[in-house]
Design a binder for this molecule. Sequence first.
Ligand code: SF4
Ligand code: SF4
Length: 385
Amino acid sequence: MAEESVKTVTTVEPDLDFIKKLRESGGDTLKKCMQCANCSVACPLAPDSKPFPRKEMIWAQWGMKDKLIANPDIWLCHQCNDCSLYCPRGAKPGDVLAAIRNMAIQENAFPKFLGNIVAEKKYLPLLFAVPAVLLLLILGAIGHLKIPAGEVVYSKLLPIFYVDSVFLPTALLMAFFAYKGIMRFWKALVEAEAKSGTKRYLMPPLPSFIKMYVLPVVSDILTHVRFQKCGSNKDRFTAHLGVFYGFVGLFITTNIVMIGHYLFHMDTPFSIIGPVKILGNFSAIILFIGMTLIIRNRLAGADDPGASGSSYFDWSLIWVIYAVTITGILSEMLRLAGIAVLAYPMYFAHLLCVFCLFIYLPYSKLAHLLYRTTAMVYAKYTGRE
Ligand code: SF4
Ligand code: SF4
């Protein structure tokens, strides 16, 4: 679909603040790079033409923020760190790319102030305090500020209508904010391509676009085919698969419960031996195993060149997901054991963690799913993959 070719001259205007932030947020090895290109040869995912991550290392050293942020290649990297293993200088290009991705999420964040709140440690208490106050106000307003008597049934504390009236609008608002961020990213990709002067691409009709570019990417994601190409950090494949399918299972379960409740007036909790509960419990367990593997790998690999580095940005989401999983599992166990005095506070803590997770969606590593999918679609669309 190439229509024309134009020669351009690039003027480098280093963004020193960007370099500083990048080095502080996981890209501290950046300056060690001597541009030998071993990393691009070692990377199992880099395309033959203009492979990453060597060129990203030099762009990052030069502080070329705009070029990096609008570069789909940073999202084609799955942080397996094969490149870091073969770097003769001890630079960790896999971690540098991860730090660039985190900064790209913040650059595209909409609205910006929410992106900043999620990215900064000092605001963490606020993220929990807002839903805590909101839920306590609702409990106070409906006169439920005490442990309900009798069998443990969570809707006795907070009826489903009230849970949904807080969580549904929050989820929809966050989905809209995420959409705005992704659109901003797509526009930047298209503009960067146009500026480079190499090619222009024509957009086919939407059904053809979905068939040709979106569905193959969805298939790649479902099978985790790109993760399987990683060599040194193979555990990431298993851990990521567990987390991904754990989330998918819980998403399906939540929607079935909502449809069952509102359309078919089914009471909660569902039977422990029913298919919905089994799906929910199984998903929670594989999510727990996946998250435990991720945490174990990160803690164990601090000195390993093949392991991923970590910043607050990475850890905050990991702990929030872990907290959602553990409080969810404990809520169910305590409910089944009938220990009301612990079960209801645990359920309350679970709701707080879920609320935080929703807020995190467009601005944290969770947004990787959206940005990476977009970049993979764009790469297919432009013949990069
Ligand atoms: S292998 Fe290391 S030194 Fe060589 S280009 Fe890549 S990051 Fe730079
Ligand atoms: S971390 Fe893995 S996928 Fe990313 S650039 Fe390095 S080798 Fe390639």
